[in-house]
Design a protein around this ligand. Structure first.
Ligand SMILES: NCc1[nH]cc(CCC(=O)O)c1CC(=O)O
Length: 301
């Protein structure tokens, strides 16, 4: 038996996919795996700000087409790049254990923390979620819009004379360049993107064989967190144009989910949390979204 695994070709995508394939190979020595690189619209259009391309599933659509027409049998993505609804005929297989969900700063030589940056420091990020939350903590920051893969963005510190860039910890950990991380941003300063640090393994809906094979990677706690955070994302009906964050933590039999949602221009940002039982993860994510949307609407009237 041979399983063809589709992925984007970025270093990060390949390191994620290699990790998944290595574990699956170890668990299934009789199965052959082939990795197939697929270019997506998000990889081709590199010089335009993501929120100006504004297309949900920018990094996944071409890969999903190849799953549906059976050119590949499974796909590995970053869960946070996945739109809230999958196309007809596809589903997620088991979700592996999540990497660090925090955002981090890579800073220019000499700086160590968000607090020792000079007044008016230039910080690169293309994400409104990161931008408005940073500005809430440090209104003096000068936020510069940047794009590109992890290496490119780090290089822009020198090339564009920035004081630092914001990235996901998970990306640097997976690329084995965590030594470049200057500062882990506490989640009460920047709430991560829904499902940040988690992987998505996408398969055909009726493919029970592959589903069974992927099951060995399952992490129950991550699945519950991702369920709650993605329900919040679906509930606010968000896109990459608007600031959206969500983080679910489980402690014993208590689940807490925090959510953040704002206007496109950052003029209004609302952050709230609720607590409940882990088995109600999805309902709690939706409920929190509706609480926040309601408060959003109230002031607009
Ligand atoms: N926005 C792009 C993206 N999609 C997934 C990751 C890596 C982190 C993850 O798996 O959540 C990144 C890079 C980043 O945000 O710094």
């Amino acid at each position: 038996m041979k399983i063809v695994v589709g992925t984007r070709g970025s270093k990060l995508a390949l390191s994620q996919t290699n990790w998944v394939v290595d574990v699956l190979k170890r668990n299934n020595p009789h199965i052959e795996f082939e990795i197939k690189i697929i270019k997506t619209k998000g990889d081709i259009i590199q010089n335009v700000s993501l929120d100006k391309i504004g297309d949900k599933g920018l990094f996944v659509k071409e890969i999903e087409e190849k799953l549906l027409n059976k050119e590949i049998d499974m796909a590995v993505h970053s869960m946070k790049d996945m739109p809230s609804n999958l196309p007809e005929g596809l589903k997620f297989a088991a979700v592996p254990k999540r990497e660090d969900y925090r955002d981090i700063l890579v800073l220019k030589e000499g700086y160590k923390s968000i607090d020792d940056l000079p007044i008016g420091a230039k910080i690169g990020t293309g994400s409104k979620r990161r931008k408005y939350q940073l500005l809430k903590y440090r209104p003096d920051f000068n936020i510069v819009s940047i794009r590109g893969n992890v290496d490119t963005r780090i290089r822009k510190i020198k090339e564009e004379n920035l004081d630092g860039v914001v990235l996901a910890a998970a990306g640097l950990h997976r690329l084995n360049i965590e030594d470049k991380i200057s500062y882990y941003i506490p989640t009460d300063i920047i709430l991560p993107a829904p499902a940040q640090g988690a992987l998505a393994i996408e398969i055909r809906e009726n493919d029970e064989i592959i589903e069974g094979i992927v099951n060995s990677l399952q992490d129950k706690e991550t699945e519950i967190q991702v369920k709650a955070e993605r329900a919040f994302l679906e509930g606010v009906n968000g896109s990459c144009h608007i600031p959206i964050g969500a983080l679910c933590n489980i402690s014993g039999n208590e689940l807490k989910i925090e959510g953040l949602f704002g206007t496109e221009d950052g003029s209004k940002i609302i952050k709230k949390y609720i607590k409940g039982k882990p088995e109600d993860a999805k309902e709690l994510g939706f409920k929190l979204a509706h609480m926040i949307l309601e408060e959003m609407g109230k002031d607009e009237r």
